[in-house]
Design a protein around this ligand. Structure first.
Ligand SMILES: Nc1ncnc2c1ncn2[C@@H]1O[C@H](COP(=O)(O)OP(=O)(O)O)[C@@H](O)[C@H]1O
Ligand SMILES: [Mg+2]
Length: 449
């Protein structure tokens, strides 16, 4: 894997660099960290809104303006004047999404500030644009560009929208990969830590933009391979070594990205508590089929109705398999994943990509994707790693029942939606979020292609 393995550590990052509010500098140079709260909030690229302005913009957070819900907050549609950014009448000016923090105490504030910090500095066509924020009388809100087709989760798993075609799935994978490649670039070295379908938003043309930067974290500096941190993430998406040890590297994002690739292939969510126990975890269920061309069709999304190029789907599955390798060193890095996905847009390239995999399997030589490991069907189950007793594993909870459990003595909270999970180390609260907002069916925003 060469430079790929160490790409996060190859560039020493200046921990104490001066803060710059200049968007062009910050999007091309490494991010200055840490910054104080007042430095973060004084970003010139962000507008500070009053609570009343956002109340007006969303018509008092009317329930019928609700477009989504995550663990952090409720997201409403609103309108602001595109010149002055003051609230405007519904239907006039610029459409925005306003995320209103649920009252959750200090952890919520930390995530809110982290999001302002990163999105105030990072600018890329495949990251959602943060327009401003509000910190007013205990209210914390964020104002983003509105993404008219909502989240990938809504398209893949909810009834209603027309199923995504194969070509659109590849497009979503490529554009999301571009966002992640930008974050992982040695100049930025940001670990996103929350790659999942509910955080991948779609514009009218189904270009993906990553949103929800509340868990983002600076990657390791110097010659370190990881940062040690509390385990926080989402059930079904979190990398096994991170769950087991709290050691975080960009390879944890690659694992989660691989899970999203599996979701695109199969149309099934990363974790589905309504399924029999052996099928609940998507990785565990799908893994045995990914490396076998003759079995792959068994896990393909039936909503595709067989309308996909078989070899391309197989190469896509092999890529996903490499991303979800239990050994982080065997996962490719984003700068390797992105070109493979781009090549897969043209079915003629599938043979070439598969050939590389086969050559590797015969000679043991690295593939262009930087792997020594072959796709194999007997990889240890990720669930076996998730069950390590003392390492603050993500635990699953029964669906849709607000309960408290105690993994390692820590309170564990579940909110509606039944899927994702945010977790903190033993002894601290374990948070389960509604991953992405079951939209009320009558408000399902995305119109379909
Ligand atoms: N900019 C946006 N445009 C349209 N919908 C959005 C936007 N931001 C968020 N949403 C919707 O709200 C949901 C929750 O948003 P998210 O930022 O992930 O919140 P949380 O931090 O609470 O997880 C998303 O899954 C999506 O459905
Ligand atoms: Mg979210």
């Amino acid at each position: 894997m060469g430079n790929c393995l160490n790409f996060l550590s190859s560039n020493v990052k200046s921990e104490n660099a001066r803060v710059s509010d200049n968007a062009s500098r910050s999007s091309s140079g490494s991010l200055p960290t840490p910054r104080t709260e007042s430095e973060i909030l004084s970003s010139r690229s962000l507008k500070a809104f009053t609570f009343n302005e956002l109340k007006t913009a969303t018509r008092n957070f009317r329930p019928d303006s609700l477009v989504g819900e995550g663990g952090f907050g409720y997201v409403f549609k609103g309108w602001i004047d595109s010149q002055t950014f003051t609230a405007s009448k519904p239907g006039l000016g610029m459409v925005v999404a306003v995320k209103k923090l649920k009252p959750e105490g200090s952890q919520g504030h930390k995530e809110w500030l982290t999001e302002v910090n990163y999105l105030g500095q990072l600018h890329h066509p495949n990251l959602v644009k943060l327009i401003g924020y509000c910190l007013d009388g205990g209210h914390r809100l964020l104002v983003y560009e509105f993404m008219p087709r909502g989240s990938l989760e809504n398209h893949l798993f909810r009834r209603g929208p027309q199923p995504l075609s194969w070509a659109t799935r590849i497009k979503v994978a490529i554009t999301a990969a571009k966002g992640l490649t930008f974050l992982h670039d040695p100049e930025r070295q940001v670990i996103y830590r929350d790659v999942k379908a509910s955080n991948i938003l779609l514009d009218l043309e189904f270009n993906a933009k990553l949103s929800d930067f509340g868990l983002a974290k600076a990657g390791p500096t110097g010659d370190k391979t990881h940062v040690s941190t509390r385990v926080i993430g989402t059930q079904g998406y979190a990398a096994p070594e991170y769950i087991a040890t709290g050691r975080l590297s960009a390879k944890a994002d690659i694992y989660s990205f691989g899970v999203v690739l599996l979701e695109l292939l199969s149309g099934r969510p990363a974790f589905d508590s309504s399924k029999p126990s052996t099928e609940q975890n998507l990785v565990d269920w799908a893994k045995p089929f990914l490396g076998d061309k003759r079995k792959l069709f068994r896990i393909m999304d039936s909503k595709l109705e067989g309308q996909y190029p078989k070899k391309v789907a197989y190469a896509f599955a092999i890529l996903a398999l490499q991303c979800i390798s239990n050994d982080p060193r065997k996962r490719p890095c984003m700068s390797e994943v992105l070109p493979v996905l781009e090549q897969l847009q043209d079915p003629k390239n599938a043979d070439k990509i598969l050939q590389n995999v086969r050559v590797k399997s015969i000679t043991g030589k690295k593939s262009p994707m930087g792997h020594n490991a072959l796709p194999h069907r007997s990889a240890p189950s990720s669930s076996s790693l998730q069950q390590t007793p003392d390492a603050s594993p993500l635990r699953r909870t029964p669906p849709r029942s607000p309960i408290r459990q105690t993994p390692g003595g820590s309170p564990f909270r579940q909110t509606p939606g039944g899927s994702p999970l945010r977790q903190t180390p033993s002894g601290s609260p374990l948070r389960r979020t509604p991953g992405g907002s079951p939209l009320p069916s009558n408000r399902q925003s995305p119109s379909m292609h």
